[in-house]
Design a binder for this molecule. Structure first.
Ligand code: UDX
Length: 450
């Protein structure tokens, strides 16, 4: 059992704190947000993440997990201090390190014994060295400490599973002894542990996320070409994925990547490169292709229903991906904004994201379910691939709509089946003929030969 303090109980911090407590350590979660800490003490979990509430409650009940806003309390017995504060994008995509700086300064002024400071936040390459400088500069008297980088690779919606079953643990430090001690904390997870220097560990995180983002933009570019040539991108991705050098993951064409990591990390990496006089051409293309996904989707809606002025468009799903209530960089927001700019009335339904979305875009009209959403719509646009959208009563949806038009930004429906049901349907990178035109649409009631 080790004494661990986690600074920042947002998404990454809270999952890290709960999981380390669950592995038998004594963990204190610290945050400067008093409401958040008060809520956590009452057992209120500020984010939607499968299994987290149960894990927090169980470990708090067993006295392995506690929460505080006080640095002196949090650091009194700490052997390891994890920094897991936010690093939002600043100007030009540069990561804003003000929260990391504040955490480092507070650690420096309150630490009473030697510590290992572990950085979990995604920070520009070189930040580990800088954190050490900040701590050293703010210590009232010198107390030994080491800085270790341990980037997180958690996906929202499966963060606990990812923490407990990592593909690898990446550690970086100039102090091999400190890295070894952090490695020991991760041994129960039974994953390969890669120990490197600080900068390399920081770079592994950026390179991994940028590579995954590049895969997504790659398949989206292929989807555009599939539309022009009459191929089916879903089957192309399946065919590619069987090659072990390629693999099947992150090849789903659609509205592009969103969320709190990929957009921010690709931009930050490009910024770091440019600052050093390098030209990150591939990263620039990855971002341009991703931004273009939203525009292309609006184009498809326009092709089907013409001028958007006065039209009613329903968004199926709002969150940037299913199984989260996170709206950060959700493509649905940009799509809604563009539709509104073009004079459309925009409605939406999402199983869990509506409350958050309403605070960001109050003009969105929320529906209580998909059927209520479809009522009187000129088009439905699939923005998020929630499971509950896969098996709807499409005849009921068809009847409710003013025009039976579906633009499927996540390829969850089959173009032929949709045409058979009488919908005017557009997917992404599929359902187009060799002439680049959408496959012939079937009139309502007519049954297409398969
Ligand atoms: C990601 C990384 O996976 C994780 O390792 C990192 O630490 C944080 O960022 P997350 O943002 O939770 O995690 O989501 P992820 O499931 O990776 O999806 C990211 C985005 O890519 C989503 O918007 C998703 O819709 C999109 N995506 C993913 C695609 O468009 N196509 C795909 O094939 C896969």
């Amino acid at each position: 059992m080790k004494n661990i303090t986690v600074i920042g109980v947002g998404y990454v911090g809270l999952v890290t704190a709960a999981c380390f407590a669950d592995l038998g350590n004594r963990v204190v979660g610290l945050d400067i947000d008093e409401d958040r800490i008060a809520g956590l003490k009452r057992g209120e979990i500020p984010i939607y993440e499968s299994g987290l509430e149960e894990m927090v409650t169980r470990n708090a009940g067993a006295d392995r997990l506690s929460f505080t806003t006080s640095y002196p309390k949090a650091l009194r017995e700490a052997e390891f201090v994890f920094i897991a504060v936010g690093t939002p994008s600043g100007v030009d995509g540069e990561a804003d390190l003000k929260h990391v700086r504040a955490a480092a300064e507070s650690i420096a002024s309150t630490m009473v014994a030697p510590l290992i400071v572990v950085n979990k936040s995604t920070v520009p390459v070189g930040t580990g060295d800088w954190v050490a400088d900040v701590i050293r500069a703010h210590q009232p008297k010198p107390i030994p400490f080491s800085v270790v980088s341990c980037p997180e690779f958690l996906r929202e919606g499966s963060a606990i599973l990812d923490f407990m079953n990592p593909a690898r643990t990446v550690l970086g430090s100039l102090d091999p002894e400190a890295a070894e001690q952090v490695a020991q904390l991760h041994l129960p997870l039974r994953a390969p542990i890669i120990i490197s220097d600080l900068r390399t560990a920081e770079m592994i995180k950026y390179a991994s996320n940028a590579f995954l983002a590049a895969r997504i933009s790659f398949i989206n570019e292929i989807a555009n070409i599939c539309e022009a040539l009459g191929a089916d991108v879903k089957e192309v991705a399946t065919g590619m994925g069987y090659d072990p050098r390629i693999g099947p993951h992150f090849l789903e064409a659609g509205l592009g990547y969103g969320g709190s990591c990929f957009p921010k990390d690709v931009m930050a990496l490009a910024h770091m490169a440019a600052e050093k006089g390098r030209h990150p051409q591939l990263l620039q293309a990855v971002m341009l292709i991703n931004d273009d996904r939203r525009r292309l989707l609006i184009e498809k809606v326009g092709e089907l229903i013409g001028d958007l002025e006065g039209k009613v468009v329903g968004l199926l799903g709002l969150t940037y991906k299913p199984n989260t209530d996170d709206m950060r960089e959700a493509p649905s927001l940009e799509i809604a904004r563009r539709l509104v700019e073009n004079g459309a009335q925009v409605r939406a339904y999402d199983p869990v994201g509506m409350m958050r979305a309403a605070t960001i875009m109050p003009e969105l009209i929320m529906a209580e379910d998909v059927y209520a959403l479809a009522e009187g719509c000129d088009a439905l646009v699939v923005c998020t691939e929630w499971n509950e959208f896969m098996h709807l009563d499409m005849e009921r949806v068809h009847k409710a709509m003013r025009q039976p038009v579906i633009v499927d930004g996540r390829n969850i429906y089959d173009p032929v089946e949709m045409a058979r049901l009488g919908f005017h349907y557009r997917g992404i990178g599929r359902g187009y003929g060799p002439d680049g035109q959408p496959i012939e649409e079937v009139q309502p009631g007519e049954v297409r030969e398969q």
